[in-house]
Design a binder for this molecule. Structure first.
Ligand SMILES: [Zn+2]
Length: 407
């Protein structure tokens, strides 16, 4: 038996009273985040050590007693403390060499990703959740919620409120139902190519929504800022962003679920993000300066949701008794999957592979996927996945992560 964490996202049935309270708590949490962030950025500038959670929590208690910031007293303490923990984590991640894509935390703006997390005093019964200082709130239920509630994150998207309920469950990990093995490559033109020649269309399927989005954004630019029509258009755009994020999220979840059911071992290329961006990181004393350039370099991979896809594939396979294995990506795009001849001339164009020795011709991504499978099966494994703890968790708010990529 293995203890895992899973999260359910539901839409809340709020009324004015609840919305006012949630807005107030989000506002206070944002205030605390921004104030502490400003303090730390100033300290970095002056080359003083960063204030971590304990010091920040001490500042918070002082603010609550002051006249100026006494309004913080009205929000649940645990909610504000959780924000400080998030900030603490954001600073630690930012200087963590194993997470090269993490950047310095940024100031939060009202209405952009408003969220608060309740870590204690929670209950769920049927279609209702209980939050401290607020009470019972109903929600629209799509799946049944099982397991012990660990925390609840409340977030606002446009005018709607959502709860991400994280629960702890015990699952049994047996042997995978299948013994199939497959290699998968991130495609150039498609989302992914499999060693069994399957090509998975990706981003193109979102084109339709994205075209609509840019059309609506052009309309917005023609309206008077702050007018009723402008606000209406703004809401329309926010809804569209939400739709795109959901379409992406559903696509990634469906694909990773299918693959994890059908194959016991999945070989993928070890992404050497570390090398791509090592110099951009800096240290706690001296944060990197070329962070922007770095994120541009990896943008195409991020856009495709490839990281999120791999993350999902990793934990879903693990839960089913399967395994995702990272292989050394060297030469996988130049090697002939038929005779083994390796030369960059084999890559005739971006999507066509033609071996200069044996004449083998194939979609370049499929050829690479076949090589990935071979490399994996013959044991030239670069870095076997080893983040057991990571696989036990399905982080809350998967959809928010996807939304960030979409917007
Ligand atoms: Zn060949």
């Amino acid at each position: 038996m293995l203890k895992i964490r899973k999260s359910y996202k539901v839409r809340l049935k709020t009324n004015n009273n609840i919305e006012n309270k949630l807005d107030q708590y989000c506002g206070s949490a944002r205030f605390v985040w921004n104030k502490c962030l400003a303090m730390n950025l100033e300290r970095l500038e002056k080359r003083q050590p960063i204030l971590w959670y304990n010091e920040l929590a001490f500042w918070l208690t002082l603010w609550k007693r002051s006249e100026e910031y006494g309004f913080l007293e009205e929000s649940p303490s645990q909610v504000l403390q959780q924000k400080l923990r998030d900030l603490d984590r954001a600073f630690r991640d930012c200087f963590d060499k194993t997470q090269p894509l993490k950047r310095l935390p940024v100031f939060k703006k009202k209405g952009k990703g408003d969220s608060i997390r309740f870590p204690q005093g929670l209950k769920t019964v049927g279609r209702r959740i209980f939050l401290p200082k607020i009470g019972w709130i109903g929600f629209y239920k799509s799946r049944s919620i099982s397991g012990k509630v660990k925390n609840i994150t409340i977030s606002k998207k446009g005018e709607r409120w959502f709860a991400s309920i994280q629960v702890e469950q015990m699952i049994e990990i047996g042997k995978h139902a299948s013994d199939s093995e497959i290699g998968i490559d991130a495609g150039i033109k498609c989302f992914a190519a499999f060693s069994d020649r399957t090509l998975v269309e990706g981003v193109n399927s979102f084109r339709k929504h994205e075209d609509a989005l840019s059309r609506e954004q052009r309309k917005l630019s023609r309206k008077r800022r702050g007018s009723e029509n402008w606000k209406k258009q703004k809401r329309k755009i926010s809804k569209l962003h939400h739709t795109i994020a959901n379409v992406r999220s559903d696509f990634l979840h469906k694909l990773s679920t299918d693959i994890s059911k059908n194959h016991a071992k999945v070989y993928v290329e070890g992404l050497q993000v570390r090398n791509m961006s090592a110099s951009a990181k800096g240290t706690i004393e001296e944060p990197g300066r070329s962070v922007k350039a770095k994120s541009g370099l990896n943008k195409s991979i991020l856009d495709q949701g490839w990281f999120e896809f791999r993350r999902q594939l990793d934990y879903k396979l693990f839960w089913r008794g399967g395994m995702m294995v990272e292989v050394n990506p060297r030469h996988t795009s130049q090697r002939c999957s038929s005779c083994g001849h390796t030369a960059k001339e084999n890559r005739v164009s971006q999507d066509v592979f033609r071996c200069q020795v044996c004449g083998h011709e194939e979609n370049a991504d499929v050829n690479a996927a076949k090589n990935i499978l071979t490399v994996g099966q013959t044991g030239m494994i670069a870095c076997q996945a080893n983040r057991i703890s990571g696989r036990q968790q399905e982080p809350a708010g998967t959809r928010e992560e996807v939304l960030l990529v979409a917007s």
